[in-house]
Design a binder for this molecule. Sequence first.
Ligand code: ADP
Ligand code: MG
Length: 543
Amino acid sequence: MNTYGIDLGTTYSCVAAVDDTGRAHITKNAAGEDTTPSVVFFESPTNVVVGEEAKNTALLLPDQVVSLVKRQMGEQARFEFHGQEHSPETVSALLLRELARAAGEHERAEVEEVVVTVPAYFGVTEREATRRAGEIAGLRVLDVVPEPVAAALHYQSLDSGRGPRHLLVYDLGGGTFDTTVIRVEDNDVRVVCTDGDHRLGGADWDEKLTDHLLERFSAQYPETDPGGDEQFLQDVSAAAERLKRSLTVRESARHNLRFAGSAVQVELGRKDFEALTSDLLERTLSITERTVATARERGVDTFDDVLLVGGMTRVPAITEALRERFGFEPHLHEPDLAVAKGAALFALVRQVKNVMDGAQEDPGAVRERAEQVGRRLGLTTAEVERMADKTVTGVSPRAFGVKTIDSADPVYENDPLSARQYVSHLLSANTPLPAVAQEGFATVWAEQEAVQIDVWEQAGSVVSEELEHNAQIGDALLSGLPPSPANTPFRVEFRLSETGLLNVRAWEPEHGSQVRFDIRIGGMSRQSLERARDAVGMIHTSG
Ligand code: ADP
Ligand code: MG
């Protein structure tokens, strides 16, 4: 049995495997690197290139290359290449397939079962889309696990300390930002709260630098306009990322811009870079502040460790700001690798649990099973039993609710359909999983036969009942209501599973009409999933 964890990043991805001592290590990609750019180049109808080569091709053939696809996970985005239609899921599936292929080659053992990580702030829709991407890639996705939880699991595997600890994970990657407070103790890993912005990451720092470089060029050559030249823009944007990385280790760095025979040498100091991007850093700090405040409300007011995860946390200004603003002493915690390693460890836990399941009732059988699993994985029986006991408790990253007509609105009386509509949240953000919540509502009209139940999820970081701060993620019909007067009560119940799958139930208590349905978010049927898998299966990938 081989055990793999995949950190499917917005800009860089990474795969780890667990060896026979139960420790996680990184599997190198086809190019011999630890991390792989999450970039997909559609070379021909049957051939796709993933990684560094794809990233370099973006400069020449931007129309055939997809990057930052994770930002569109769970959205209805469509891409077309060589007459084939693709979605964020199928593009991610190609990425995952190549990552798994390369890892299998490196380990000389095919990758079948994996845990894939998602930002803590991913909602139900995006988690489901990620799981689907894995399935389309032909992998068995044991679970999707939040990145900071994976980082904490890795931290815990290296930490010999005893007793409960509270960790604050500050994860700034290429495209997303999360802060999460996690409590770890022995075999219990528990998310206290999480917050973030999934449209804030290193790419935004790069963009600021790109704009600055372009301005410097235009200042010197106001008559030339390179702004419309896609190739030049791509060049400058790649240069911006390199400059940013240089400024992590140097006080100043240089880049030569060349366009249509004109050249400008730009020299940039670290301080200039910090000034250009200070508003972005500030955004991460205010989210951190919010997280610290939420953690305090939940009784956590000191942190035993502050872990920095994500490539961007190498930027010195980040540690400085966290130290200055919060008095933290942050640790760079294998920022590019910790998440994949933690995911691999979690995959092992999941596998052990799966194999142990079914032997639950009989203690003798449990022990025997543990011995078997231990032999197969090269672990001691005690280690296997410890893993099978491990519990990881996440939180719902967002609030969920039902769209409701406001009966307190004065126009409701005469024209209910014109009255204000809002989202009544049944589950608030940061509720520990699994979670259940119920709420009572009432019909609008007399003789109303059915109620349309629209399920909405908080869309941004602001919790508010206004529709514009939420997004519809599913719906169902409560039908067969017996003839009743207006304002007849009915109830709605939400259940959110450990992994963030939502189940909704609604019923009318008096007569017992009820609908029950699983919201398979993003609504992809088994059939279309299989079709997608077949289509992706026809494409050859290489790195
Ligand atoms: P993700 O998981 O979102 O794909 P990563 O955690 O791999 O992202 O981080 C990628 C980001 O980190 C990119 O924006 C990259 O430019 C940045 N990065 C990586 N190394 C450095 C460095 N040494 N200095 C500054 N930024 C870096
Ligand atoms: Mg990451």
